[in-house]
Design a binder for this molecule. Structure first.
Ligand SMILES: O=C(CO)COP(=O)(O)O
Ligand SMILES: O=C[C@H](O)COP(=O)(O)O
Ligand SMILES: [Zn+2]
Ligand SMILES: [Zn+2]
Length: 314
């Protein structure tokens, strides 16, 4: 069943975070739905502009509708990840997306407000939720690279004003993370101080954490042992997911870690079976491994086991 992110956040706020996972193909969709059902968790499927280009937006919709038929118990939102204004309107008009993200965080504050407000008006007219972004993460997103020096944490007073002016349903805040596999040079903590200040100004308002992959070091080691060359990568401490959720982070975005699962499975498979050229055996392994990964993340986010209570509340 497709619901809005606002419906998911109402149930989760302050108790747990809903995992938001990107998909690009059928194997990821199968693993995601299976892992969510195995862990009895609601979830958010995210589709980036890159995914819509790679697989074709019609193919992605068909894959998700099919997965929803294969796993009829699933409760999830279909969400556009890092949309621009034009892509937001395309998704709002599609009749398929229940939630969009307008990411105008690279524009000046007033421009971000104006763009976000226009998207909010169009989305709300159709009952669709809107995530906006304020502050700047490091790393690369949708082809825009932000180096560490230019990344800036969300300013709490600005966040309060931004939400009032735009009427958005949730806000992606920069609290120290970045996209991709190279977030930190050493183990680093989230900026809980900033989170506390934002929560004080925006009580009961759902916040979103992008760049939340943990980049498991054993996963990286296995990839490198099987011929990969991923060096100096470090991610978010998974033990900080739940404390962040208790401070209002209601959506936690994880994409890179899933790509690492894919890379490890396929590198190990083809290294062990150099004569193989059928992609289905490793594809099958990936679906199983990705399902296990999703279930493990949902446990850490606290969303595992919430499915039936959520269903009863809808
Ligand atoms: O924020 C993300 C998608 O919007 C994904 O972040 P990661 O690169 O840490 O997985
Ligand atoms: O924010 C980035 C997400 O991980 C999506 O990545 P993508 O734009 O390469 O599909
Ligand atoms: Zn952004
Ligand atoms: Zn993101």
């Amino acid at each position: 069943m497709i619901v809005t992110t606002a419906q998911l956040f109402k149930h989760a706020y302050g108790k747990y975070a809903v995992g938001a996972y990107n998909i690009n193909n059928a194997e990821q969709a199968m693993g995601l739905f299976k892992g969510a059902i195995d862990s009895k968790a609601p979830f958010i499927i995210q589709i980036s502009k890159g995914a819509r280009k790679y697989t074709d937006k019609r193919m992605l919709e068909a894959i998700i509708r099919a997965a929803s038929e294969i796993f009829p118990e699933a409760i999830f939102a279909v969400h556009l990840d890092h949309g621009d204004e034009e892509t937001c309107y395309d998704c709002i008009d599609s009749g398929f997306f229940s939630s969009v993200m307008i990411d105008a965080s690279h524009d000046p504050f007033d421009e971000n407000v104006a763009i976000t407000k226009r998207v909010v008006d169009r989305a709300h007219a159709k009952g669709i939720s809107v995530e906006a972004e304020l502050g700047m993460l490091g790393g690369v997103e949708e082809d825009i690279a932000v180096d560490e020096g230019n990344a800036c944490l969300t300013e709490p007073a600005e966040a309060e004003e931004f939400v009032k002016l735009t009427g958005c349903d949730s806000l992606a805040c920069a609290i120290g993370t970045s996209h991709g596999a190279f977030k930190f040079k050493g183990r680093q903590s989230l900026h809980f101080d900033v989170l506390d200040q934002i929560k004080e100004r925006l009580p009961n308002f759902p916040l979103v954490m992008h760049g939340s992959s943990s980049v498991p070091q054993d996963e990286v080691a296995r990839i490198n042992a099987a011929g990969g060359k991923i060096a100096g990568s470090m991610g978010v401490d998974v033990n900080e997911y739940l404390p962040a959720a208790k401070k209002g982070v209601t959506k936690i975005n994880i994409d890179t870690d899933g790509r690492l699962v894919w890379t490890r499975v396929h590198r190990e498979f083809f290294q062990a079976n150099p004569e193989q050229f059928d992609f289905r055996p490793p594809g099958k392994i990936f679906i199983e491994e990705y399902a296990k990964f999703i279930a493990s993340r949902n446990e850490l986010l606290g969303s595992a086991g919430q499915l039936e209570d959520l269903r009863a509340s809808l």
